[in-house]
Design a protein. Sequence first.
Lengths: 111, 111
Amino acid sequence: EAGVVQSPRYKIIEKKQPVAFWCNPISGHNTLYWYRQNLGQGPELLIRYENEEAVDDSQLPKDRFSAERLKGVDSTLKIQPAELGDSAVYLCASSLNTEAFFGQGTRLTVV
Amino acid sequence: GEDVEQSLFLSVREGDSSVINCTYTDSSSTYLYWYKQEPGAGLQLLTYIFSNMDMKQDQRLTVLLNKKDKHLSLRIADTQTGDSAIYFCAELSYNTDKLIFGTGTRLQVFP
């Protein structure tokens, strides 16, 4: 069974440019998470979906970040415009019940 | 609020046991997890324990939970060089339904 798939693995962009990350969760998992992991720290939740509904987006910086999960399956996370401080690893995870499985992440570098 | 803390580093000799500790503040935690992250990789779920359990053993891994002190530990028996990684403790809050991570403990195993 395929795990959580994220793309791209790496992205380097200049500040003020837009960027998008894509996540395909494990088939059948109704819960999808986006986390941001800064260097040397643990992951911090950005947004959580139950099917296509964003049930917790309290940590998402809504002035520049947006996310969607239109059909309740795969999801995209967008940053527009990117800032230097957005450099981090963006992790997607999915779960069905109590176990959350993570993708390999997208490492974003903003220069 | 929810807070999860871990010591930053642990160094052990190959073949010895490793014990990684974690403390949390949320008394409404339902599940507590241990994840492993190798360099450049996503988080791998190692094991988890329900909050009404004291102990869970899974091959070389033993999880101990002291709910009164809000203390969780992960013991790795016969530690191998392949166990070198960052280990994250996480708790699932009943109140907020959020999965909150600690800052991670870097385990280094030397021959």
